[in-house]
Design a protein around this ligand. Structure first.
Ligand SMILES: Cc1cc2nc3c(=O)[nH]c(=O)nc-3n(C[C@H](O)[C@H](O)[C@H](O)COP(=O)(O)O)c2cc1C
Length: 388
């Protein structure tokens, strides 16, 4: 299930957050998308066409190109046909007002007016400008007209004042674009994903855990979102930022993870149990920090088996688990698949832990096996292509 659309047009207007779009361009190019850029006259005060060209944009246009012809058409018409999706970011109050009123006196505006494909608008400005009823009513109008508005965040703005109006993080903007480039085989499906490691505390500062980074679970959550699912992510300790999903729930212990999984399972169609819950916990918790002794005998007991508990509520839900072993990987994974009544299991080795790439074997209930190697995001796409 690869991306079926690849052409992204970035429209950059005269806001201070324009520099962030250089990073977004890098990300898009790195992931194999074709990117063209249109800068307004005001945007040229903040960033240069050359910066975008140096970072891999196929072409960069300004208003100086507006009255020229490309491939037998005016630039705005050829660009509007080429772009599978247009993102205007940062979108100034000015461009928002102009789009909302059909004004088309520059290259970006004419391209947007001529486009039949999704146009995403990411406002970014001073809080008073953003909350001004004129801007708000223009945004309302654009929403009604079918534009996708990417709400700005609260945070430090250009003048170092706190407020609403900050452009969202580049990784989130990237996912907003992705949503419009993939088919939606998971539409109306609820996917529950667990990720990361849990912690079992010995005393207030010491705990038992494992090396899971949460990267695989997070990749699966992101990709499920791209493919149209409603996603709940239950995560323990992770080394990656949590993406925007429909619900994200942080947990600490294995018991907490089990409880949140069971609570959210009733609603779910698919459970992807990717987390690495700590398998053992201390039999007693000491509520004061232990002094440094020469020797300390730690007694452990097994934690709850989340999949075993979840299987009581399986019904016709699809369950996928992960198995990580240092020896007899496939044999052990097959045993776990049958023992835990899973529909699929992903066998992987410790070299995948914390890495951005990995090698996996996906095993179905009928014991069909599929091997795949790639980035965790590619692995996530591969897994969905096989299980849907
Ligand atoms: C230093 C500076 C920073 C600005 N930052 C923003 C901004 O973040 N958001 C915004 O809506 N306008 C901002 N403006 C105002 C726009 O640049 C101005 O409205 C311009 O006409 C927008 O043109 P455009 O929409 O064609 O790019 C800023 C202006 C200056 C001088």
């Amino acid at each position: 299930m690869n991306k079926n659309k690849t052409n992204v047009l970035l429209g950059i207007t005269g806001g201070v957050a324009a520099y962030k779009i250089l990073e977004l361009l890098r990300l898009l190019v790195k992931k194999g998308f074709k990117v063209k850029v249109v800068l307004t006259k005001a945007a040229l005060n903040f960033v240069t066409p050359f910066s975008f060209l140096s970072l891999g944009a196929e072409e960069v246009f300004t208003d100086l190109d507006q009255f020229s012809v490309k491939d037998g058409s005016s630039i705005h018409l050829s660009l509007s046909r080429w772009a599978h999706v247009i993102l205007v970011a940062p979108a100034t109050a000015d461009i928002i007002a102009k789009i909302a009123n059909g004004i088309s006196d520059n290259l970006l505006l004419t391209t947007i007016l001529a486009s039949k494909n999704p146009v995403l608008i990411a406002p970014s400005m001073n809080e008073n400008m953003y909350l001004n009823p004129i801007t708000q009513s223009n945004l309302e109008k654009l929403k009604i007209l079918g534009f996708k508005i990417i709400e700005p965040e609260e945070g430090y703005l250009a003048d170092l004042q706190q407020g609403k109006g900050r452009l969202k993080d580049v990784e989130d903007l990237f996912e907003d674009i992705m949503y419009f480039l993939y088919d939606k085989p998971l539409l109306n499906k609820k996917v529950l994903v667990t990720a990361g490691a849990t912690r079992e505390f010995i005393d207030p500062v010491r705990f038992i855990t494992n090396a899971s980074s949460g990267k695989m679970g997070i990749a699966l959550a992101k990709v499920a979102k791209r493919l149209g699912a409603n996603v709940t992510l239950i995560f323990g300790e992770v080394s990656e930022r949590i993406p925007e999903v429909d619900r994200s729930i942080h947990v600490t212990t294995t018991e907490e993870m089990k409880n949140r999984v069971i609570e959210n399972l009733k609603e779910a169609d698919i459970l992807l149990m990717v987390a690495a819950p700590a398998d053992y916990k201390p039999t007693t918790y000491i509520d004061k920090k232990l002094p440094k002794l020469d020797k300390y005998d730690l007694k452990l007991e097994k934690t709850d088996d989340i999949l075993k508990e979840a299987s009581k509520y399986k019904e016709n839900k699809l369950f996928l688990g992960f198995a990580l072993q240092t020896e007899d990987l496939i044999e052990n994974a097959k045993n776990k698949l049958l023992e835990k009544n899973l529909d699929f299991i992903v066998a992987n080795t410790p070299s995948n832990i914390g890495a951005d790439t990995g090698k996996i074997t996906l095993i179905s209930k009928a014991l069909d096996m599929f091997e795949f190697e790639g980035t965790k995001e590619e692995i996530a796409h591969f897994i969905f292509s096989k299980i849907i």
